[in-house]
Design a protein around this ligand. Structure first.
Ligand SMILES: Cc1cc2nc3c(=O)[nH]c(=O)nc-3n(C[C@H](O)[C@H](O)[C@H](O)COP(=O)(O)O)c2cc1C
Length: 600
């Protein structure tokens, strides 16, 4: 680089739309020299000066793309770069300009030409426009009638409310109603409402495996079949059950072209490879035979069923709120996509198997990570529980809005208490996890309520149950008489089972107290919550979404998707060697009105 070149420093300001360039060229040693030239001559001069630096620093033979300006010169302004990154429907072109990386606007980009013309700048980074609707696997959206590959996972006891399902469906996304834990009547009411309000728009219901209540699972499947619920999120399965297979293969037929048509579809939520393998395989033959024998399907339907996967889509769930194996997404997702590829090749299905991902999606960065790892779609849960549409109390929303990354822990699960299964819950502001763990310890060490040491029993009755255990048993008995009388019969002769049911009273009530916002029991609230909550709260700090009252489920979703597009563009540029300063990268939530144009 010549000395005279080194001495030249320039400040260029321009109007993007014209050649109204005002050029200041100065030499450190000499006073400012202001050039007032017009239009094209100014541009030529600047280009020549820049190229004096550029040609000495760029290995042009390695340049595979270059950019030729058409009036506007490259900008080194972080603000301009930030604005361009946020404008996700426009490309970002970074050129080398006099030794620095600058943002190009307008002009012409040429790919595959190694010779940079006199007026040209080598392109050192390119990020293409990203449409949120094209993230993931577009066939997922096509198949389910969605505009965006974003799913709000079911949340038990109607926390995944009809409001959430409707908001999501109307926004072109998919919401699953949280049917788990609800009586059939309430599920039916939700079906009535959602089918009427959403009609042909997308929606689904949860089909949760109930190892303790197989009849309930059966009854829910019968209800879904009867009411024409065509899409379920199957979850908590450790293996396949007859009801889930019955749901899937019911109504299977071939269309006039011979293609197999399955009216009922399952998105299976899994975190274990052995469970995923079962859902991605065809229904087991013995189960199909059972359904034929029961008259649920014909032999012909069983033959067709042997050619389809139980679920075309599996949601791979990493560390999440509620039931979770606390698996790491970075290892789980690649394992599952490899399994998908193997089973696709093995079974040669007519349809393509897909893998979506959930567990920890809370920010654009986490969603971008999942899409980058090949997820066909993303599933959120925890962050929707603090939305205003969630079927919970404001007290819970407030508690969630204050949660930080480490404010979560594992606690015994009500539905699989005896098996030692745990759920991930909020720790901050509630003693539920500690008290639940205490009950599980007692369950493990005592044969029945009578065997609990008196001092311990007295503490339980005073603090956790706030009533004599016998009274709690009477209430529990009344509950199960109605819901599942077999449990009562068993408990009458099995002391340990009776103790389990009494302890499960607390685990069940603690969720109800939270959902209804029972003030006298705040200390016992059971709030399912994953690490996503802390990450989300950190992301939205200082923005309009910090206040939980502004957290609408669709606003959150649009911002995650929009931010994902920005994040992916940023990542792409960085991975091409473009250096972008920290502040430029911050992606903050914005009111939907400001980003709406990218979703039209
Ligand atoms: C409060 C709450 C209740 C949930 N209930 C259910 C449920 O009943 N059935 C289900 O399949 N998943 C349930 N989940 C899991 C979510 O559907 C979703 O898969 C999960 O929350 C995604 O991970 P994340 O929590 O990290 O967002 C629940 C999650 C939460 C936070």
């Amino acid at each position: 680089m010549s000395t005279s070149t080194k001495k030249i420093q320039r400040k260029v300001r321009w109007n993007w739309d014209s050649l109204q360039t005002r050029t200041v060229i100065f030499n450190k040693a000499r006073p400012l020299k202001l050039l007032k030239l017009s239009g094209y001559r100014k541009l030529r001069l600047i280009l020549r000066k820049r190229r004096m630096i550029k040609t000495s620093q760029t290995n042009l033979s390695s340049c595979a793309a270059w950019w030729e300006p058409n009036g506007s010169l490259p900008s080194t302004s972080d603000k301009v770069l930030r604005e361009r990154l946020l404008t996700i429907n426009e490309p970002v072109v970074i050129v080398e300009d006099g030794g620095s990386q600058s943002l190009a606007s307008g002009g012409v980009t040429r790919l595959g030409e190694t010779v940079v013309k006199e007026k040209g700048f080598p392109i050192v980074g390119y990020a293409h426009p990203i449409a949120p609707g094209l993230l993931g696997d577009p066939s997922f959206c096509r198949d389910y009638g969605l505009r965006y590959p974003y799913v709000s996972g079911a949340m038990a006891n109607g926390i995944g409310s009809a409001d959430i399902v409707e908001e999501m469906g109307n926004a072109g996304m998919l919401g699953f109603f949280g049917a788990a834990g609800l009586p059939l009547g309430l599920i039916e009411t939700a079906i009535d409402r959602i089918t009427k309000s959403l009609e042909d728009k997308p929606y689904g219901f949860n089909l949760i495996h109930s190892p303790n209540e197989p009849e309930l699972e059966n009854a829910i499947v019968a209800l879904y079949l009867d009411r024409g619920v065509r899409l379920v999120e199957a979850s908590a399965y450790l293996g396949l059950t007859l009801p889930v297979i019955r749901y899937r293969v019911s109504g299977i037929h071939q269309d006039s072209t011979g293609r197999i048509v399955t009216p009922n579809r399952i998105i299976a939520k899994v975190s274990r490879i052995e469970v995923a393998s079962k859902f991605l395989a065809p229904p087991p033959e013995p189960m199909l035979n059972q359904l034929v024998a029961a008259g649920d399907i014909t032999l012909d339907q069983a033959r067709l069923a042997s050619k389809i996967p139980v679920a075309q889509d599996i949601t791979v769930e990493a560390d999440s709120g509620g039931h979770t194996d606390n698996q790491q997404a970075v290892t789980l997702l690649p394992t599952m996509t490899a399994l998908r590829d193997r089973l696709q090749a093995e079974h040669n299905y007519e349809v393509q198997l897909r893998v979506g991902a959930g567990g920890g999606v809370a920010t654009p960065a986490s969603a971008a990570a999942f899409f980058s790892m090949g997820a066909a779609y993303i599933v959120t849960g925890t962050i929707n529980q603090c939305s205003i549409e969630a079927g919970t109390s404001d007290t819970v929303r407030e508690m969630l809005a204050q949660a930080q990354q480490a404010d979560i822990t594992m606690a015994p699960a009500a539905d699989m208490f005896e098996m030692g299964v745990q759920v991930q819950v909020l720790k901050r502001g509630t003693m539920f996890a500690m008290r639940g763990a205490r009950l599980y310890d007692i369950y493990r060490s005592c044969d029945g309520l009578d065997s609990i040491p008196l001092a311990e029993r007295s503490v339980l009755e005073k603090t956790i149950f706030r009533a004599p255990l016998e009274t709690i048993w009477e209430q529990t008995k009344a509950f199960f008489q109605d819901r599942d009388p077999a449990q009562v019969t068993r408990a009458e002769s099995d002391k340990k089972h009776r103790m389990a049911l009494v302890f499960r009273w607390y685990l069940g009530q603690s969720s109800n107290w939270a959902n209804t916002g029972e003030p006298s029991r705040k200390i016992d609230y059971q709030i399912w919550c994953g690490p996503a909550m802390g990450a989300f709260n950190e992301w939205v700090k200082g923005t309009f979404l910090e206040d939980y009252q502004n957290r609408k489920v669709a606003t959150i979703a649009f911002n995650i998707l929009y931010g994902t597009a920005v994040q992916l563009r940023l990542n792409s540029l960085k991975n091409q060697g473009v250096s972008i300063s920290g502040g430029t990268c911050t992606i903050q939530p914005r009111p939907v009105a400001e980003i709406k144009e990218y979703f039209e």
